[in-house]
Write a protein that binds this ligand. Sequence first.
Ligand SMILES: *[C@@H]1O[C@H](CO)[C@@H](O)[C@H](O)[C@H]1NC(C)=O
Ligand SMILES: *[C@@H]1O[C@H](CO)[C@@H](O)[C@H](O)[C@H]1NC(C)=O
Ligand SMILES: *[C@@H]1O[C@H](CO)[C@@H](O)[C@H](O)[C@H]1NC(C)=O
Length: 504
Amino acid sequence: MDLRLIFLELEIKMFSSLRISGTILATVSIVFLSNLLAEAQDVRFPSFPKRSSFPSDFFFGAGSSALQIEGAAHEGGRGPNVFLDVDKFSTQIEHYKRYKEDVQHLKKLGINSYRMSISWSRIMPDGTLKGGINQEGVDFYNHLIDELLANGITPFVTILHFDFPLALQQNLGGFLNHSIVKHYKDYSELLFKTYGDRVKHWSTINEVEVTALFNYMHSFDKVPAEPCQITRECKQAYVVLHNYLLAHAAATHLYKKKFQAAQRGEIGLVLSSQSFVPYSSKPEDVAASKRSMDFYLGWVVEPVVRGHYPKIMRKLVGDRLPRFTKKQRKMIKGSADFIGINYYASHFSKYEPNKTNINLADNYDSLASSQEFNAEGKTLGYLDKFGGAYVYPEGLYDVLLHLKRKYKNPKIYITENGIGSMNLTNPLIDNHRIQYIAAHLNYIKAAIDKGVNVNGYFIWAAFDTFEFQAGYLKRWGLYHIDFKGNLKRQPTAAAEWYKNFLRS
Ligand SMILES: *[C@@H]1O[C@H](CO)[C@@H](O)[C@H](O)[C@H]1NC(C)=O
Ligand SMILES: *[C@@H]1O[C@H](CO)[C@@H](O)[C@H](O)[C@H]1NC(C)=O
Ligand SMILES: *[C@@H]1O[C@H](CO)[C@@H](O)[C@H](O)[C@H]1NC(C)=O
């Protein structure tokens, strides 16, 4: 579940409350919508970014994840993973069988890098070394990595992108159990040993805070009636994220100790990000927006940079927030060579002590709720009708400057950025996405000019991907997949634009 899916649901919630809240706002938004529609169709671009204004060694790529494109869920010796509705996933776009063709598509795009993930249960069917290694799975990634390199594309590999082996969930309770750290470390070691001669950019884990909040704190929106502080959910989310961080620390520690000097690669982690803008000028809303940043971004980045959770979290979460032992603190502090940022949209943040009014994806303990509209009824950015989301590239700029200021100017990759498509007359003409990507690139460039250490940009996604909750409701791929026509891959207008941008 990528964050945008949560937003999709958020949007649905917000829109239904908007409907209730009266005709005035509804009328305003209809006028606003028709303006945008006109704008999106003749697409006037404010200013196009240029490839030459980015460093020549900047990584420009596109991304995917194993579960969302591979298919072949029951083939090649792969074990079941926690996403049990694999049959939705099992056809997919058959990347497992068509990877050679797909690498050719990536090459045509002109990108110099590709973000992909490895399926743990394809490598270790039950997640443990004891359970055995699946050579067919190991070979698949060997071939894919070789194919990418032979075509001049640098692989950025995510070790865990949501999909871990089902047996670990059933036997241990997944990331609720600290003993999963050992298995994650074994799995990572096998990857470093097997692929580290060719893979130089590793990400340990993708979007841990999304898993903790969405799967645990909100339990897929089954909100318990009791005050959050005494519920299982409001404890488990912190334990799960803590164990994810310890897994990240164990793998990075191992890599740095045993592999980095010889393999000369880097290792970091990827989190989802957004900027929080105060809902009003009231001091409690201003404080809420700062708190939201600490509860969201700081929850992961602060331990990785400083070795402890943000102070405000320790104060408000109290004993439910696990502590790092001295040894763990040493291991996690400074553990990431880079921070990967996934960015889609931002929100207003409003002081909200009443948990009943907190939105899905928000942390109850932050005493803040995310809002699409501020006190004056304004939105952040414009509504992209074909993307079904508000577009606010300034938010990415804010996140980048926040990271620089607060966390000692870390090395950063934008590991995901993009917008879906829906309701297009011709699915290949996705001009709204060109507008989105161009605007975000302009703001990344502006951040680089301010000294932010951004080193790469990956559009989500290379191919249409099955989204964890929304399925194919929106199309995300630079390559459009024809599900009725032998899964034919066709470049969209945004793919052509990206190609020309990279060539210029
Ligand atoms: C955690 O995993 C261990 C095995 O390593 C198991 O014995 C224990 O029962 C698990 N704990 C929980 C709470 O599931
Ligand atoms: C919390 O909000 C709900 C719904 O708006 C309301 O019914 C309830 O009385 C509020 N509780 C407190 C303690 O303010
Ligand atoms: C737009 O697309 C969504 C998702 O496919 C669909 O639910 C909705 O009905 C469409 N709206 C219009 C106006 O066609």
